[in-house]
Design a protein around this ligand. Structure first.
Ligand code: KIV
Length: 271
């Protein structure tokens, strides 16, 4: 860990050491300054500026529409709120697939313009040239296998991936490829727990699971889901720690009635 203003910042090295020591890594998403401050203060190790911002912040049905400029805006807001966590930013759809020069240019824009610490991208052998090119510039890369939401129109559904042997074998090979290329970590999304466990034991870099069972080296959730701000999403892997949609709605209703009843502001709240 490097020391900046008395706070030990999480680095890729910290994450390797955590895996070696069998210490679990906690990762959550954030898309703005205020949420990043809360999540960082709560002791999270890694903050993901996920392209799930496309769904959660912008109300799109998929992650495909979000742009590089929009990701940079979200990421730079998050970076300003973080003192300790390692900040990773998703490369959005269309900014790295099939063109390693474009991938490098996209990653460099994210690093330069947001101040984030690394990037994440989806896929294995199909994107390995892009992964290597980004790594050659000294930018830490996190891989992402299993359910890959940017390929939703190829998969057709958001159901569990790699249940069949052929897909499981490809995932294992892709995990090896990404590790050999030099990725610092790997997200495993919505795959059988037994496969995630096998991958996690097989590779040296930390795996971070979402819907991938308890044996990955860390876990990630979308913060708006675990806080109950999103209310219409109920996958089996999601544990809700708060019911903020209902609580915030009640607060708004109380405010509306206080204003209508001339109860707000009172004398103490006036100048
Ligand atoms: O975009 C995102 O939030 C993600 C996580 C679900 C891993 O990729």
């Amino acid at each position: 860990m490097s020391v900046i203003k008395n706070v030990k910042r999480v680095t890729t090295h910290t994450l390797y050491e955590m895996k070696k020591a069998g210490e679990k890594i906690a990762m959550l998403t954030a898309y703005d300054y205020s949420m990043a401050r809360i999540v960082d203060a709560g002791g999270i190790d890694v903050i993901l500026v996920g392209d799930s911002a496309s769904n959660v912040m912008a109300g799109h049905e998929t992650t495909l529409p979000i742009t590089l400029d929009q990701m940079i805006y979200h990421a730079s807001s998050v970076v300003r709120g973080v003192k300790r966590a390692f900040v990773v930013v998703d490369l959005p759809f269309g900014t790295y697939q099939g063109n390693s020069s474009l991938a490098l240019a996209s990653a460099i824009r994210i690093m330069k313009e947001s101040g984030a610490h690394g990037v994440k991208l989806e896929g294995g052998s199909e994107v390995i040239e892009s992964v290597k090119r980004i790594l050659s510039a000294g930018v830490p890369v996190m891989g992402h296998l299993g359910l890959m939401p940017q390929s939703i129109y190829k998969f057709g559904t958001y159901t569990v991936r790699a249940k069949q042997e052929e897909e499981a074998d490809k995932l294992l090979k892709d995990a090896e490829l990404l590790t050999e290329a030099g990725c610092f970590s790997l997200v495993l999304e919505k795959i059988p727990a037994s496969l995630a466990s096998r991958v996690s034991r097989h590779i040296d870099i930390p795996t971070i699971g979402i819907g991938a069972g308890a044996d990955t080296d860390g876990q990630v959730l979308v913060t708006h889901d675990m806080m109950g701000i999103t209310s219409d999403f109920h996958p089996r892997f999601l544990r809700r720690y708060l019911q903020l949609f209902e609580d915030m709605q009640k607060a708004v209703e109380s405010y509306v009635s206080d204003v209508r009843d001339c109860d707000f502001p009172n004398e103490k709240e006036s100048y």
